[in-house]
Design a protein around this ligand. Structure first.
Ligand code: DGL
Length: 276
């Protein structure tokens, strides 16, 4: 029994990298739907159907808990899966990465009633589908009505990263996205990379946003998982401490292994799976 980690492609490897570093005792099964990535330009219904297929697959592979390490899937599919589809899987859980990220950037836990939230200007970079859902803006404002949130879609960025684009191309694209944010929110206080692919070009965001904290989701998700497991001992007890990892993909393994290995930082060998 393992912890499943799902992303449309490579981005979730950045989250998994942090999970295996912080919580190495557990076993993980990573699934990337590389053959159908990117998800960010798809409709909410497609994103839901594909994410559900991935969750079904990870449960069939023996996962007790699945983390959607993909903002696009978390924003467009998580609630529906939790409310309807999990009824077929008593005792199993699916978690997303939006809530822990929002807790971190607002400094407010989900349930907090904070009488004097600080005025803060937050920029969110994400895929088109995540921006269209306005999940980040809605949830941040729900906790901190004084915040000003500007969401900027970076529709090409996940594809450029997935295709292994040249650093100059990536830097120029990131600069365009940052320029757009600055034109809408000149005095930005904090920036959130609301797509798990974007930490792969973190250095470009940091150099375009000097002195501004840039939040990424690897560490945040590891902290959230640790807290979740300590609050759910009945689930934690069912996770064997074998510390092994498997990697599943819908694409041809040999085509994606070199880039996946570069992103994960350790050699990866994928098994090909079919989702339906
Ligand atoms: N990594 C995914 C996310 O966090 C999305 C990239 C894509 O498939 O468009 O949103």
């Amino acid at each position: 029994m393992s912890i499943g980690v799902f992303d449309s492609g490579y981005g979730g490897l950045v989250v998994l990298r942090e999970l295996v570093k912080q919580l190495p005792e557990y076993s993980y099964v990573y699934l990337g739907d590389n053959a159908r990535a990117p998800y960010g330009t798809r409709t909410p219904e497609e994103i839901y159907q594909f994410t559900l297929q991935a969750v079904d697959k990870l449960f069939a592979e023996g996962c007790e808990l699945v983390i959607l390490a993909c903002n696009t899937a978390s924003a467009n599919a998580l609630r529906r899966i939790q409310q309807h589809d999990l009824l077929r899987y008593p005792g199993k859980k699916v978690l997303g990465i939006l809530v822990p990220t929002i807790e971190q950037i607002t400094g407010l836990p989900w349930s907090a009633l904070h009488p004097y939230p600080q005025a803060i200007n937050i920029g969110v970079f994400a895929t088109q589908a995540t921006v269209n859902s306005h999940a980040y803006k809605t949830e941040i404002l729900h906790r901190n009505p004084q915040a000003k949130v500007v969401e900027v879609a970076c529709p090409e960025l996940a594809t450029l990263i997935e295709s292994g684009a040249d650093e100059v191309v990536l830097r120029d694209y990131v600069k365009q996205c940052v320029d757009q944010l600055r034109s809408e929110l000149p005095d930005v206080d904090a920036v959130l990379l609301g797509c798990t692919h974007y930490p792969l070009v973190l250095e470009h965001f940091v150099s375009e946003l000097p002195g501004i904290p840039v939040f990424d989701q690897g560490q945040i998700t590891a902290d959230a998982l640790r807290a979740y497991l300590s609050n759910h001992p009945e689930l934690e007890k069912r996770l064997p401490r074998e510390g092994d990892w498997r990697f599943l993909t819908t694409a041809e393994p040999e085509l994606i292994e070199p880039l996946a290995t570069a992103f994960f930082g350790l050699p990866i060998q994928y098994e090909k799976v079919v989702l339906s």
